[in-house]
Design a protein around this ligand. Sequence first.
Ligand code: USQ
Length: 397
Amino acid sequence: MKRVMILGSDGYIGWALSKSLSFAGISVLGIDNYSRRKLVAEVGGLSVIPIQSSRQREKLLRENGYDFSFVEGDLTDYLFLHDEIKKFKPDTIFHLGQQPSAPYSMRGVREAVFTQSNNIITTLNLIHAVQFLDSNISIVKIATAGEWGTPNIPISEGWMEIEYKGKKDTVPFPKQPGSFYHCAKVFDSINIELACKIWGLNVTNVYQGVVFGNNINPRRIGSDTIFDSLEGAETRLDVDECFGTVIHRFCAQAIINHPITVYGSGGQKRGFLPLRDSVQCLTLLGNNPAKGYRIVNQFAEIYSINQLAITVLEVLKGMGQRVPRITNFNNPRVEKEEHEYEVEREILKQLGYTPSISLKDEIRNILEDLVEHRKLIFVLKESSLLSPVTKWKKGNL
Ligand code: USQ
């Protein structure tokens, strides 16, 4: 990779990736319309790690000698995206520019329509622009492990062999999305696969698990401690019930002694990976582009929600802090709470991915980072955003 465009460069992973790739000497153009900031504000949330504006971030990287530029714009505007690709001439485009929250998409018809139209249009615009301008550009697109759902059979890396009525075939692994957000990702994946088939595009579709953590550089590996090199360039961290993901929420709750909000029995299992590993994997995929269409399952480990809650409390106790209780809320989502979860992950392993830090160490890093931002977590608590609000079953359409 020499010239990289990052769509959604102002978001949680997008900014971490922008920073990491420009540190590595790559020329990076970030594009964003501040959608994440606006949507989090719309639900009353805020990043509990204070962040700079995209312009300040651009200035900071450039002043430190990194080749990062930022353009504000909306990816649903085809001509805007087309013109930026034409001008910048990237060899690789990472597409992270979408509405990322499952709960947000379940709040009502307005949010579901926004999520699906925004997300699907951004991908349609990207694949059309690339096939029109230069079909050799490699695309790495963030899909979601949630497209597969939680079936009673092991999940493959994309396809499975079946025998039906005496005939055999290799078919796409079935999708069982659990929210309108996850459905949008499924539609994206179908559109991308078709574009690869008919236009010969080269796309890696990244079925990523839940990402957690705030640092892209190693901070505690064994006895060594290394800190992020660029102060002021932190990426965002959300803990509200809509945009906050489970480990971040449990850490924030633990820091202010708020009950830990396990939904249902807590036997739900998901794949998880630290932010630094997400960046590591995306870099590996960018450096080893797909030939045609490639599906990759991307996460480090599988945990149940109960395991996560217990681990957060163990780490907090080890830090000498008061430990809150775990509460089992009536599950606001419709999802299996006890199930198998076995997921094939061969491609990233073959490309050299090794998980970089243990769950406990990264949770400790998050808790340490959050201690100094207690006041902001209290602000969210006062707005009742640490408890679940958005329900999958409701009548607020
Ligand atoms: N959960 C709790 N308590 C909470 C919050 C969540 O028990 O306070 C549970 C949920 O019920 C769910 C699990 O934790 O079973 C994961 O929820 P989450 O909010 O951390 O993540 P999710 O909604 O699944 O979505 C996140 C990202 C999304 C990405 C997806 C990957 O927001 O962009 O696609 O993770 S995956 O989960 O594999 O589908």
